[in-house]
Design a protein around this ligand. Structure first.
Ligand code: PLP
Length: 405
């Protein structure tokens, strides 16, 4: 069964103290902590077999290459892709979306075509599309959300037209925590012949993800948000779509033959992996996913659900506090404000009590502006957090109120 003390012991940083108090880490939507097995794996690579991949014939290089390609298999299995050709390693979600924005734009978008993004998206799923629309003279359209944080999917019928090429939507949003109804969205988009990109940066770690059954055309996520190292991420794409996209960056590994007369490119997925890839990060990502599988995804998700119900009820019951984002279907995120206390002040006071949260615009200004605000405080939890830590957060907020009033 789910043994929270055993789980916590897997994450060494949770033991440390901040200003003389045990760390309460509630900034998991920004980045997650790493289990010992991932830290040891990275150490192992550097101590035991570090060598550049896909190049040398040395024993070390072949071990390293195998580790990298095994990590690709693990990712492919984790999200149920049909083939490892559909799994491209990138440096993160942002890099994956930029890769797609450039290549998809080159292949599929002409002047006057439309791209739809959602009002609640992270800047990474807005700005690359704005840049592409500027380049291609295309039109960016926005699907709004209602005051509870749910997308107004009933507007999709009017918003999607024969000029729409792609709809970009988060699996779960980083400010409001809403798990978007992707089944409805994908169905409506596909009925109109529109491709769908799902940003899984806040979803992959909390929601079971099956890209094939869900019929996503493209799916992206970052390793560091799912207990893996920074600097590694994934672009998944249906093989027949990735095949049609042109290369993005040029360099080693992405080429077949190079001459001044004509260069030919590698097949999938290396076509999109120019230069020395972050093979250490990829190996760490494989290890993190295997750790989650062996811990039990169902147990993790049901523990998180229970913690989320507890946390949302507890935090929203604090007088003078408003939680923004009250959808019935949320991941472990509460973005809030206490009347009369600036979000940055609240963040600093909580930090002095050893409680780490995020404050500010959270790279999602349109979502913050929806409520006429300049920023929020965000607490975000995951399967190594406890009800006691949520209680500490609530006590911290009450103490902050006493300091101000
Ligand atoms: N999309 C969402 C929903 C996010 O929450 C984030 C990061 O917070 C990103 C994209 C960008 O991820 P990264 O900075 O790892 O590229």
């Amino acid at each position: 069964m789910f043994d929270i003390e055993k789980i916590r012991a897997d994450f060494p940083i949770l033991e440390r103290e901040i200003y003389g108090r045990r760390l309460v880490y509630l900034d998991n939507a920004a980045t997650t902590q790493k289990p010992s097995c991932v830290i040891s794996k990275i150490r192992d690579v550097y101590e035991q077999y570090n060598s550049n991949i896909h190049r040398s014939v040395s024993r070390l290089a072949s071990i390293c290459t195998d580790e990298y390609e095994n990590a690709r298999k693990t990712v492919s299995g984790f999200i149920n892709a049909k083939s490892t050709n559909e799994i491209v390693f990138t440096s993160g979600t942002t890099a994956a979306i930029n890769l797609l924005a450039f290549t998809f734009g080159e292949k599929f978008v002409n002047g006057g075509d439309e791209i739809v993004v959602c009002e609640s998206e992270h800047h990474s799923n807005i700005v690359p599309w704005q840049l592409m629309c500027e380049r291609k003279n295309a039109v960016l359209k926005v699907l709004p959300f209602d005051d509870s944080g749910d997308l107004k999917t009933e507007l999709l019928d009017g918003l999607l037209t024969e000029r729409t090429r792609l709809l970009c939507v988060a699996q779960a949003t980083n400010v409001l925590g809403t798990v978007n109804p992707l089944d409805i969205i994908v169905k409506k988009a596909h009925e109109k012949g529109v491709y769908v990109l799902v940003d899984g940066a806040q979803g992959i770690q909390h929601v079971k993800t099956d890209v094939t059954a869900s019929d996503f055309d493209f799916y992206v996520f970052s390793g560091h948000k799912i207990y893996a190292p920074t600097g590694i991420g994934i672009l998944y794409g249906k093989e027949h779509l990735l095949e049609q996209l042109p290369p993005w960056q040029g360099g080693g590994d992405m080429v077949n033959r190079v001459s001044f007369a004509k260069t030919t490119y590698s097949g999938l997925p290396l076509k999109f992996e120019a230069g020395t890839s972050n093979y250490v990060g990829a190996t760490g990502l494989g290890e993190a996913l295997n750790y989650l599988i062996s811990t039990g995804l169902d147990q993790i998700h049901s523990y998180e659900k229970e913690l989320t119900n507890y946390a949302l009820a507890r935090i929203s019951s604090i007088p003078q506090l408003t939680v923004y984002g009250t959808s019935a279907n949320k991941v472990g995120i509460a973005s809030f404000l206490v009347e009369g206390i600036h979000h940055a002040d609240m963040g600093e006071i909580l930090d002095k009590m050893g409680i780490a949260v995020r404050t500010g615009r959270m790279c999602a200004e349109p979502a913050i502006h929806h409520f006429g605000l300049t920023g929020l405080v965000r607490a975000s939890w995951t399967f190594y957090n406890t009800k006691q830590e949520i209680d500490s957060l609530c006590e911290g907020i009450e103490k902050a109120k006493k300091l101000f009033f």
